[in-house]
Ligand binder design. Structure first.
Ligand SMILES: Cc1cc2nc3c(=O)[nH]c(=O)nc-3n(C[C@H](O)[C@H](O)[C@H](O)COP(=O)(O)OP(=O)(O)OC[C@H]3O[C@@H](n4cnc5c(N)ncnc54)[C@H](O)[C@@H]3O)c2cc1C
Length: 311
């Protein structure tokens, strides 16, 4: 866990002091399990490059329909065995019975993994609508309760500042988040968002609903705008016009898109920081450079980790 950054970077960029009391910044990084040896090399290079920011944890996603079960497990285990970092394993309910999911959870426990990101998951391939597996955990709250029975894990769950696409309204969505917390979740990580006010309003609604555990904004620095727009559509995240305009005309300008992406995400991080946010989860997409820049802008400095087993 990082306890650097005595002076928040808000003043650096915005020219003003943070308006709320802020604590030390904590960051976490999300990776996906690589498919090819080249992708694997890129991911490990990124993990090693970001490790000196001393993240609270690094998480590894679980492919749609459980397709990466083995690769997720292997990557998480390798982080645990070969680095000084704390790994977190994503796990979903899709396409597996309770017994099968429980077995994965027990494997993690036996391998010394103590943090699971518990999710429902998206519809299995070829299905347009989510249908619970017969005999499986139906929703993330059921999975959280199941994990709790197996071990004293740290359990993170997903939260949706703009509401989950299947939720009829924001109240139902908040009720679901509460259900996951009541079942034993210890932290909520948000879906990415581009409209920072949405996250701040969500945080207010959560506080009004009596939620007091950490709500961590998920930050996605965008370099491929069209890809991000498609993901946003699927995830119900609004793409504001001003955000789309930032990337207008940059279709063939890869390097400039990266610079723009950092500026946009940095503004988002700094704004959140001025509103008292201390925890940030970065969707790295297995690349280090943008997330590195954002951590630096937030005031963190890469510090060699004592006893580091970086590979
Ligand atoms: C931080 C983060 C990490 C993620 N990582 C992954 C990953 O690694 N792999 C992956 O496949 N996906 C991942 N996702 C995507 C996630 O699986 C999808 O967003 C999925 O559609 C919902 O998952 P959930 O855990 O939020 O579901 P839930 O919390 O179960 O909610 C899903 C929907 O079901 C509704 N609902 C809940 N309980 C009930 C009930 N009892 N009856 C009726 N309706 C109910 C909720 O209101 C909501 O609309 C991630 C998302 C986030 C934000």
């Amino acid at each position: 866990m990082t306890s650097q950054s005595e002076k928040p970077a808000a003043s650096l960029i915005l020219g003003g002091e943070p308006s709320l009391q802020t604590g030390p910044i904590k960051v976490s990084f999300e990776f996906f399990p690589p498919k090819t040896p080249e992708m694997e090399e890129t991911m490990w290079r990124s993990i090693n490059r970001l490790a000196p920011f001393q993240p609270a944890f690094v998480s590894v996603t679980y492919g749609a329909g459980g397709s990466t079960r083995q690769r997720t497990h292997d990557t998480v285990k390798r982080i645990r065995d070969e680095t000084a970092l704390t790994p977190a394993a994503h796990l979903t309910c899709v396409g597996a019975t309770r017994d099968e999911v429980d077995e994965v959870v027990r494997d993690y426990w036996n391998a010394g993994i103590r943090h699971i990101v518990a999710l429902r998951g998206d519809p299995a391939e070829g299905q347009s609508k989510y249908v619970p597996h017969p005999g499986g955990y139906a929703y993330a709250s059921d999975l959280v309760a199941g994990i709790r029975k197996i071990g004293d894990f740290e359990i993170s769950v997903a939260a949706y500042p703009e509401g989950h696409v299947d939720s009829p309204d924001l109240i139902t969505d908040m009720d679901n988040l509460k259900r996951k917390i009541d079942a034993g979740a210890t932290r909520a990580i948000s879906q990415f968002f581009f409209d920072t006010d949405c996250f701040l309003r969500f945080r207010d609604r959560a506080a009004a609903a009596g939620i007091s555990l950490p709500l961590v904004p998920g930050i996605m620095p965008v370099t491929n705008f069209n890809g991000a727009r498609r993901m946003a559509e699927m995830n119900g995240a609004r793409v504001p016009d001003w955000f789309a305009k930032l990337f207008e005309g940059l279709e063939n300008e890869v390097e400039t898109r990266k610079l723009v992406a950092v500026v946009a995400a940095a503004e988002q991080c700094v704004r959140l920081r001025t509103h008292g946010v201390d925890d940030f989860h970065f969707y790295t997409l297995n690349r280090a450079d943008l997330t590195y820049a954002l951590c630096h802008i937030l005031g963190l400095r890469a510090m060699p980790v004592e006893g580091s087993k970086s590979i």
